[in-house]
Design a protein around this ligand. Structure first.
Ligand code: KIV
Ligand code: ZN
Length: 516
């Protein structure tokens, strides 16, 4: 094993997806997994297979498309969880099962209601069972940050003997300070020696996740669990981009330590995750925020003009940030200029179909919107690339609003080669749209969650709608996203997006008997 390599374990699709409002459907997760592989992450935690048929389906589809990164699924220390993980990752070129149980006194007493001996026994069983499916097993001591070091050593001995090769020490509640975590990691890395790789997984409740992760790396951790844009439970997880760039920029401190991340893919990956989830990083977010490389004050601008190193510790292009291209697109722009623009924005694998449909939508947008920004175009192309091969596609929507609270929606949907048309009266505009779509598709959904965000700037900004819909009470809800300058059209697209996800999930699940 190369002791200078820091293994990058990305959990955007698992812990990141647990952030409020960050649910993604299978197609969206696949798109992100492919980009994570391009970024060069070593392990992709693709989900928690046993959580639901939808999660299982996403992990198993990712396992089939990813070629170089290892694909991992999380499981509690429970046989059925481990079995679902094993089945979901079985077709991956490289695969890992990640299993965990809590080891802190507070979790063992109140949550698990188990003694230390029972926890150890469960941990051993889980690792041994996982080893019957895969060679690569990771074991996490949940809430390690608040666990007793001598007990953690006992657990480590037990799970290493059972076959775990990576021992992860999560600071689950983001409680520790860098010095404290450094001490814990040093002690446990020494204890593990060459028997296992020590990993850290830091949450950001006190804003210390990056500092804690870097302190851990300097004290023996050789795997870091991170997410793009720092997404994750509550205040989030440690951000991949921050750890990787700190290791790169501060070679004087980190010496020979390195990661295999292709840093110029950092910004495109960040944009993709933000576009898909609709959760934009804060403007002043390190590395990927809109202002991360903006110099506003006169003194700074003067310094930059004289020598960039006065105020710049890394170049924007090192992380894939390029200046807005000077090519302004408008309604008279042609397909070639449009292709040139999207390549400049970092979309290099766009198919002709995706390009053509994004171009059609761009033309419609250019008719309505004064200025088309790079963000508008990025959103359009991401949306199109996620919506190819859709079963149902919105072709037109007309709404008439009545003053007494009723509204009528006339909807036209393309289904296979047919155009389905109908109209309904509803209590308000959204109700009318959903009722008409339900009647046209003969599938009735109920809206569980609905969110509108403005993804670009100005009064004529693009609206992104996220809808979570239940179509069958025995199946998990489905997420759909819709993008349009008109909020109601974005709403109809989001509802149809959820419906398309439901239809494809149902078709695939019907062929799989093994999900229990
Ligand atoms: O924060 C945590 O403890 C986790 C584990 C399940 C790895 O996410
Ligand atoms: Zn976590």
């Amino acid at each position: 094993m190369d002791n200078n390599k820091i293994i990058i374990f990305d959990t955007t699709l698992r812990d990141g997806e647990q952030s409020p409002g960050c649910s993604m459907n299978t197609q969206e997760k696949i798109k992100i997994a492919i980009q994570l592989e391009k970024l060069g992450v070593d392990v992709i935690e693709a989900g928690f297979a046993a959580a639901s048929p939808g999660d299982f389906d996403a992990v198993s589809q990712i396992a089939q498309v990813v070629q170089n990164s290892s694909v991992c699924s999380l499981s509690r220390a429970i046989d059925n969880d481990i079995k679902q993980s094993a089945l979901a990752v079985q077709n991956a070129k490289k695969h890992r099962i990640h299993t965990f149980i809590a080891t802190s006194p507070i979790h063992m007493k109140y949550k698990l209601k188990m003694s230390e001996d029972e926890v150890i026994k469960r941990a051993i069983n889980a690792v041994q069972y996982a080893k019957t499916f895969v060679d690569d097993v990771e074991f996490s001591l949940e809430d390690a940050g608040r666990s007793d070091i001598s007990f953690m050593k006992e657990v480590m001995d037990a799970v290493i003997n059972a076959g775990a090769s990576t021992i992860n020490l999560p600071d689950t509640v983001g409680y520790r300070l860098p010095d404290e975590l450094a001490y814990m990691v040093k002690e446990l890395s020494k204890y593990a020696g060459s028997r296992a790789i020590v990993s850290v997984h830091n949450h950001n409740d006190l804003g210390l996740s990056t500092a804690n992760t870097l302190a851990s790396v300097l004290n023996g951790a050789r795997q870091v669990e991170v997410t793009i844009n720092g997404l994750g439970e509550r205040a989030g997880n440690c951000a991949l981009e921050e750890v990787v760039m700190a290791i790169n920029v501060r070679k004087d401190v980190f010496k020979n330590l390195y990661t295999d991340i292709n840093t110029s893919e950092i910004y495109p990956t960040s944009r993709l995750v933000a576009n898909i989830t609709g959760v934009q990083p804060q403007q002043n977010k390190a590395i990927v925020g809109k202002n991360a490389f903006a110099h506003e004050s006169g003194i700074h601008q003067d310094g930059m003009l004289k020598n960039k190193e006065t105020y710049e510790i890394m170049r924007p292009e090192d992380v894939g940030v390029y200046k807005e291209s000077t090519l302004i697109l408008g309604k008279h722009s042609g397909r070639a200029a449009f292709r040139d623009k999207i390549e400049h924005l970092g979309f290099t694998n766009v198919s002709n179909d995706e390009l053509n449909s994004a171009f059609e939508r761009f033309k419609v947008l250019a008719d309505k919107k004064k200025e088309i920004t790079d963000d508008d175009i990025s959103m359009l192309i991401t949306d199109e690339s996620l919506n190819q091969n859709k079963t149902y596609e919105l072709t037109s929507l007309q709404i008439s609003d009545c003053s007494d609270g009723f509204a009528t929606a006339a909807v036209c949907i393309k289904y296979k080669d047919e155009l389905l048309k109908d109209s309904c009266i509803g209590e308000g505009t959204m109700d009318a749209i959903f009722k008409t779509i339900d009647r046209l598709t003969k599938i009735e959904g109920s809206l569980e969650d609905y969110k509108v965000t403005s993804v670009t700037q100005g009064k004529d900004a693009l609206a992104k709608v996220t809808a979570r819909v239940v179509f069958d009470k025995d199946m998990p809800s489905c997420v759909g996203h819709g993008l349009s300058i008109d909020t109601m059209s974005a709403t109809a697209r989001a509802y149809l997006g959820a419906l398309n996800s439901f239809v494809s999930q149902k078709t695939r699940l019907a062929k799989k008997e093994h999900y229990i």
